[in-house]
Design a binder for this molecule. Structure first.
Ligand SMILES: [Zn+2]
Length: 412
């Protein structure tokens, strides 16, 4: 008897452990699913999630529901693949001490800034690399709840932009400048060896009353080293010389539009496209900056119109747009304004959803596992309260976020 109960107890412990290795199966039923941008939505669908992946998706009734699965009723809701934010900074005060901070504090910060807006993958384009890697490790181990993080670590610049100097000094962070192609090569290689997913250059760096532009030889040194290892290069362009250095230097992604450059003509847009350049608009940033600078209402609106006109020129020529907000530099977490400005710049719902899902997944090498709702893909899923094809701001009204098969955020 004793031996028998012991065996049962041991078996029970074993089963418990085995169960905890896998997250529970989830089934989302009844929602309208946007499988991928441009595809007709699937009404009354069922999505089965097993072991971090999408196991099946189809019309409810046609999909086999696993026994013991947790059923989540999504009737009246709208479902898309998890969003990418391709321009964030893991650099807020709450995230700066990622190794030692309490997991719950990091959860709350990541939730407020990223997860609750549907972001299941983010590209950090400027931060302290060892800190961002520490945060990524804690997320990957399951200890901290947050998105998949790709990072460039410390950016390369010839002068530190004026607007980050105080923050760096206050937090005793030193980010070196680069002055020669050899320094750029050494710095780029060091970052790659430490595990970055891309390289960020300031081809234009704002100083008091002027812009410090990166010489072309430095830009080329960075793109050569990065491309040799298959990594993308981002540029903060700032102005016209910064844009030209990015184009001539082989940069892959513009991290912003550049409203301080002259309006983008069809010829200029064609040059960006010939250079296979993707564009992250970050239109909300220009609103935040205009307010910070105390611009008048009319000057602020003119500034944003200039930024939006560049996006309009690029997107209407079918340029590749990646969604991004510069959150972590800005404190504007709410994504509604970005979606509305992108829509006002002429982008359709399908184009905006592309910028949030398939375009970044493709650009950064994740298209086999991220960007659409399909069997075999990572179970990174956003459930929205409203239909974004009718009201684009519905992309910011997030009901539920699932990352890697686990519920990351719920509005209830
Ligand atoms: Zn930024």
């Amino acid at each position: 008897m004793i031996a028998g109960s012991m065996i049962r107890a041991v078996a029970g412990v074993f089963l418990l452990c085995a169960a905890s290795l896998h997250s529970e199966d989830l089934v989302l039923t009844g929602g309208t699913v946007y499988l991928s941008p441009g595809e007709e939505p699937m009404a009354s669908a069922a999505i089965v999630i097993h072991d971090r992946r999408i196991a099946a998706v189809g019309a409810r009734g046609s999909v086999q529901i696993p026994k013991d699965a947790r059923i989540v009723d999504c009737s009246g809701k709208f479902i898309t693949a998890g969003f990418w934010n391709s321009h964030v900074h893991i650099f807020t005060p709450g995230l700066l001490h990622a190794r030692d901070a309490a997991a719950g504090d990091l959860d709350r910060e990541l939730d407020a800034m990223l997860s609750r807006w549907g972001f299941t993958t983010v590209f950090d384009v400027g931060s302290v690399l060892h800190n961002t890697l520490a945060l990524r490790r804690r997320i990957d181990s399951g200890e901290v709840r947050g998105p998949r993080i790709l990072t460039v670590g410390e950016p390369l610049w010839t002068e530190v932009p004026i607007y980050v100097q105080d923050y760096l000094a206050a937090n005793r962070i030193v980010m070196p400048v680069v002055t020669t192609p050899d320094e750029v090569r050494a710095r780029t290689l060091a970052l790659i060896q430490q595990g970055v997913d891309g390289i960020k250059l300031f081809t234009g760096s704002v100083q008091r009353g002027r812009v410090a532009n990166m010489p072309l030889s430095l830009v080329r040194a960075a793109t050569e080293e990065a491309h040799r290892r298959g990594l993308p290069v981002f540029a903060h362009p700032q102005d016209s010389p910064g844009l030209e250095a990015a184009i001539a230097g082989g940069v892959d992604v513009l991290a912003h539009v550049a409203p301080q450059s002259p309006p983008w003509t069809p010829e200029f847009v064609a040059r960006l496209k010939n250079a296979h350049m993707a564009l992250i608009p970050t239109l909300t940033l220009f609103d935040s900056e205009a307010r910070k600078a105390g611009l008048s209402e009319s000057a602020r609106l003119r500034f944003i119109d200039g930024a939006a006109a560049e996006l309009r020129a690029f997107a209407s020529a079918s340029g590749e747009v990646l969604f991004g907000t510069d959150v972590g530099y800005t404190e504007h977490f709410d994504t509604a304004m970005e979606f509305e400005l992108m829509s006002q710049a002429g982008m359709s719902f399908a184009q905006i959803l592309t910028s949030l899902t398939t375009a970044p997944a493709q650009r950064f090498g994740y298209s086999e596992r991220s960007g659409r709702i399909r069997a075999g893909m990572d179970a990174d899923i956003v459930v929205l309260d409203g239909d974004p094809s009718k009201d684009i701001a519905a992309l910011s009204k997030v009901h539920l976020v699932i990352r890697g098969g686990q519920i990351q955020y719920s509005s209830q």
